[in-house]
Design a protein around this ligand. Structure first.
Ligand code: SF4
Ligand code: SF4
Length: 355
């Protein structure tokens, strides 16, 4: 597929074109954060030189969405009988997410194995996933919290992206990855990339990968975390400073848990799905009052174990973390998932040697 080039000062012309037939989401400043919001035109200042504070997870899996409306209808001829009329609600407007990072787009490939398979299809998720395209930006500069290379990725990973945009000179080389991406770059606003620009792209990608340094081998993490499952002393120690705020889950591009609630007024209402947070005590509180994860140590064990052990155990070794580092950057007390995984591997190895 032919790669295209667009100078930075013509970028909004292309976004305007995309916005004519799509909802376009772009990273913009939102108070102290950078978040994906609807593109409103050339006056908007896009933030493309840094990773957004929040991932574009909500483009496909909104933080809160109505799943259906319901209405109770009383049968006047038979007062003991009440029918419920249910109407599914689903919004899946064609959407282009521009300026996310490769790890953000890759996050949806973790979702896909849970919500979009032949055996289990979440139709709300699947419809939006189908209608959403990702134009990901190669990370020219990486942050100290980035560790995508530990989990088998890199700053120019293409999995989950439809177009990979690489900053080159005063513009971007746009490399279509999928058929959807090919359609996005078929535009008179874009020029074909020159060989010189393509060569520069390869160098930018290599420099970005080199800036991360050597990857740490976490292939032993799956077994190590299972071995430490009942070692609550270990989990109490690594979770000691956690304040259970849930920032790590809400900002994670691969956390997919939700809760369902009904909101009604009179005889009508909505059934709403909202993101949930496994770091909260309430997440596993059962109706009986029993809570199988009663302490933050149990909850952090589940969060780390899910990403580096249980999910990989079910999905051919695939780690359910894309190494974006947001949980590290945003944790108010500096809990670092990398340190926990490394410590788990060291502890399990030491225990194995001692036994
Ligand atoms: S962001 Fe930090 S303090 Fe908050 S729940 Fe996650 S690990 Fe705990
Ligand atoms: S666990 Fe942390 S580093 Fe991994 S994908 Fe989630 S927020 Fe990013």
């Amino acid at each position: 597929m032919t790669s295209k080039y667009i100078p930075a000062d013509r970028l909004t012309a292309w976004l305007d074109e995309l916005a004519a037939s799509n909802r376009v989401l772009v990273p913009v400043r939102d108070n102290a954060a950078v978040a994906f919001q609807p593109y409103t035109g050339g006056d908007q200042e896009l933030v493309l030189d840094t990773q957004a504070t929040t991932p574009p997870k909500g483009s496909v899996f909104p933080a809160s969405e109505p799943l259906m409306t319901f209405e109770y209808r009383k049968d006047e001829e038979n007062p003991g009988k009440v029918d419920v009329a249910v109407q599914p609600t689903m919004e899946a407007a064609p959407t282009v997410v521009f300026g996310c990072r490769p790890c953000d787009a890759r996050g949806f490939t973790i979702f896909d194995r849970v919500y979009n398979t032949d055996g289990m299809r979440d139709h709300y998720y699947a419809a939006r996933r189908k209608n959403t395209s990702f134009v990901s930006l190669v990370c020219k500069e990486t942050a100290s919290s980035c560790f995508c290379h530990w989990v088998g990725e890199g700053p120019a990973d293409t999995r989950g992206s439809d177009v990979l945009a690489t900053p080159v000179g005063q513009g971007y080389v746009l490399e279509p990855i999928t058929e959807q991406g090919k359609a996005l770059v078929e535009s008179k606003t874009l020029d074909n990339a020159t060989q010189e620009q393509l060569d520069a792209t390869a160098q930018v990608k290599q420099d970005a990968r080199d800036s991360l340094g050597d990857a740490v081998d976490v292939s032993e993490a799956q077994e190590a975390l299972l071995r430490l499952f009942d070692d609550m002393e270990f989990w109490q120690d690594v979770s000691a400073k956690c304040i259970s705020c849930g920032a790590c889950t809400y900002l994670c591009p691969t956390c997919y848990c939700f809760n369902i609630t009904d909101e009604s007024c009179g005889n009508q209402g909505f059934r709403i799905r909202s993101w949930d947070n496994c770091m909260s005590y309430l997440f596993t509180l059962e109706g009986s009052g029993h809570n199988p994860r009663p302490t933050k140590a149990h909850r952090l064990k589940n969060r780390v174990g899910h990403k580096f052990s249980y999910y990989p155990g079910l999905h051919e070794g695939l780690i359910a973390c894309c190494g974006c580092g947001r949980c590290i950057k945003s944790c108010p007390v500096s809990v670092d998932i990398r340190e926990i995984v490394l410590r788990a591997m060291e502890t399990a190895t030491a225990e194995t040697k001692a036994s």
